[in-house]
Design a protein around this ligand. Structure first.
Ligand code: ZN
Length: 282
């Protein structure tokens, strides 16, 4: 049963502005976060009314597999990804990988994610992060799934593992590397995720990448409730903010926002083939 009478199987609200144009795809949003417990359905509707047609929700640990799967079964426009986040590697057990593998078979997520390496935070053992990252690359390989990557201060280390354990591409979320590293991810079949960081005048490198990278390499994301934009510091980042991120990207590139929406959504479908199968393109 649809979660809301205004949402049909394709996830489009019947009174949504998205009916008149291409839909936005939020390729990274933690909708299962406790920060959204009090008003999740309301925020989802606000985002749908702002033109969002699909929400990709990555898991972060074993406990979240069931949470994101449940959201996916409740809402036709919510699409789970399943994986163990590098910052949760410290609390993860190798047996969680078996749980992940059976969930990949039963939930049929869009991707393995979010997975990766975080060398910014000191308190999670790097060897442990690498173990879970590599094992999950192998799972993605075995199930022919793309991956959603978390990469912080570890661009080259992640690229090295991707070359040793090739997967069918995916998304490097909240991309924050150099142009050379961006090109390396693109060459390996990845799209690069951009969101609230573009809203800060001081984020020179990210804004320059967003302006100069080929449009076919960019996808949009909120990472809500994290990564609040410049206008919402100290508050929750909200699902509806993605529409503003599309406008910021359009301004940076001096391109029409309709083109940005259409292109980034096509890119998301390309990076996540399960989305192309399940969400009709318009
Ligand atoms: Zn995330």
């Amino acid at each position: 049963m649809p979660s809301s009478p205004s949402v049909n199987r394709s996830g489009r609200g019947t009174n949504s502005p998205s009916r008149r144009g291409p839909v936005l795809i939020d390729t990274h949003i933690h909708l299962d976060a406790a920060e959204f417990d009090r008003d999740r359905d309301l925020l989802l509707d606000q985002a749908r009314n702002a033109g969002v047609g699909a929400f990709v929700v990555p898991a972060v640990d074993r406990a979240s597999f069931a949470r994101v799967a449940l959201l996916g079964s409740r809402h036709a426009d919510v699409y789970p990804a399943l994986g163990i986040h590098p910052l949760y590697a410290g609390g993860a057990d190798p047996s969680d990988l078996g749980q992940l593998e059976s969930a990949l078979e039963s939930v049929r997520p869009l991707a393995v994610g979010e997975i990766g390496l975080d060398h910014y935070v000191e308190d999670v053992d790097r060897e442990r992060q690498s173990f879970f990252f590599i094992e999950q690359l192998r799972l993605a390989q075995r199930h022919d799934l793309p991956v959603i990557l978390h990469v912080r201060k570890a661009q080259d280390a992640v690229l090295k593992e991707l070359r040793r354990h090739p997967v069918r591409g995916g998304i490097a979320h909240a991309f924050n590397g150099s142009r050379q590293q961006a090109d390396a991810f693109i060459a390996l079949g990845f799209k690069l995720g951009f969101g609230g960081a573009m809203s800060f005048e001081g984020s020179q490198r990210i804004r320059r990448l967003a302006r100069e990278l080929p449009l076919e390499t960019i996808v949009l994301e909120t990472d809500a409730p994290d990564m609040a934009p410049a206008w919402g510091q100290g508050e929750r980042n909200l699902p509806q903010n993605i529409a503003e991120y599309a406008r910021i990207l359009a301004d940076l590139r001096a391109q029409p926002v309709e083109l940005i929406v259409r292109a980034t959504s096509a890119n998301a479908r390309q990076a996540l083939p399960g989305l192309a199968e399940r969400l009709p393109s318009r």
